[in-house]
Design a binder for this molecule. Sequence first.
Ligand code: HEC
Length: 168
Amino acid sequence: MLPHPHLTAIAGTAALLCVLTVRVPSNPKTLESQSMFSQTTVPGPVAYSLRKACSNCHSNETVWPWYVHMPVVSLLLTQDVKHARENLNFSDWPSVQKQGAEHTAASFSGICENLLSGAMPKNRYIWLHPEAKLSNSEVAQICSWSNKQQMELLQHSAALPGSLPGSR
Ligand code: HEC
């Protein structure tokens, strides 16, 4: 005998609630003054594109989607964001700068390279967040900014006393 339809509905809702119980991960606390956007000069449109396409993974300001409540999905998303932050975290720029001018310069060039190669943003992310697919002109703006940052850092580090043989 089939259960009463109301019972089925109640059981179904209860099952769904059980599934949607994983807590939303909490973002690490951050000071805006420590972010790449405060620590370096980022033109408005570039900041807008990076926040739109990268910040959910590469910053501490992740806006977690509703499906992060689901087991397994939750694990995949939190691991993804953890790895992304380890590679490049816009929210903690001093820890990038601490590793030296060359490392910081490489972080800037990495942003452009990964965009040009299509490696970033990840396809699976674009699939769920179509707004993260940047236009050619948005990519060009980001690259001209990041190239300039990279050049300035490298020139600066080369200009340090003693780092160039024969310089003054
Ligand atoms: C869905 C999450 C996600 C989004 C969105 C995302 N990334 Fe990533 N990114 C990662 C992960 C995870 C890694 C770690 C390496 C890997 O898995 O490829 C990474 C690695 C990187 C690296 C280091 C790769 C290397 O060469 O070692 C750079 C640079 C990077 N991302 C730039 C960006 C930029 C720029 C954007 C926005 C245009 C972006 N990412 C958007 C998840 C993301």
